[in-house]
Design a protein around this ligand. Sequence first.
Ligand SMILES: NC(=O)c1ccc[n+]([C@@H]2O[C@H](COP(=O)([O-])OP(=O)(O)OC[C@H]3O[C@@H](n4cnc5c(N)ncnc54)[C@H](OP(=O)(O)O)[C@@H]3O)[C@@H](O)[C@H]2O)c1
Length: 249
Amino acid sequence: MQISGCTALVTGASRGIGATFVEALISKDADRVYAAMRKPVETDEPRVVPVDLDVTDVSRVRALAEELDDVDLVINNAGLLYMEGALTAPLDRVREQIEVNYVGLLAVSQAFSPVLAANGGGAFVNVLSVGSFIGGPPFGPYAASKAAAWAVSNALRIELWSQKTQVVGVHVGLVDTDMVAEIDMSKHHSGEAGKLPPGDVVEAALLGLENGESEVLVDPYTRHIKSALGEDHALIYPELQLAYNDLRS
Ligand SMILES: NC(=O)c1ccc[n+]([C@@H]2O[C@H](COP(=O)([O-])OP(=O)(O)OC[C@H]3O[C@@H](n4cnc5c(N)ncnc54)[C@H](OP(=O)(O)O)[C@@H]3O)[C@@H](O)[C@H]2O)c1
């Protein structure tokens, strides 16, 4: 799908990767970008329209899809991470991550699929994670929510094929945003080179979108982890054990 001339909705547009998507879509000549935020703020750019959206509020999600009937690109970006291991994470926070990262993405996808169909098919770009493929402390419950979002993105791609809607899953390791601000890379020996600038993620995602791809593995670490899943677990899990031990120390 071409970005020039499109009308996009970006969830979680207040900061980080979402705010970067908004800027990049405008610079690539999108006609209009609805910047969905829990607390909308006005902007000087006339093509950016702030809208109010908490992705866990399903009735608001559905009402927004009725209002924004010109959307042909949805960036499912809103996300939540609590840095907690699976053994100790409070279950209410486990549910909260599932609600935002998985159920929220699915609710937006269900509500906007008919809108995309009416506008020629369009696309969903789902911001996932290397955590879709692996998870250890302090990312276990978060990773499970991203694995669920990955699985349902794959299911949606099949269900949306007949209406010509492209579904792009974007997977990436650590990105330099508020979400992982507390991670000190000098203690991190997982094989990740460093935190990626949000602009690199957005560029790779939008290139994948324009090239008709279904999955974008942004960084070498994510590509390594996904390819290693096809190997013996006895090979990859010792490596991950060491990486997560570093993170906990
Ligand atoms: N940073 C990383 O290392 C990394 C790596 C892989 C994938 N990702 C994914 O990238 C996406 C963007 O994350 P980021 O790094 O830009 O993190 P961020 O700076 O923490 O931004 C998260 C965004 O999601 C919004 N959000 C959270 N809960 C929401 C809800 N219930 N409804 C609507 N919006 C909500 C936040 O809004 P408020 O401002 O209102 O809180 C904020 O705009 C997420 O899906 C994340 O899982 C991040």
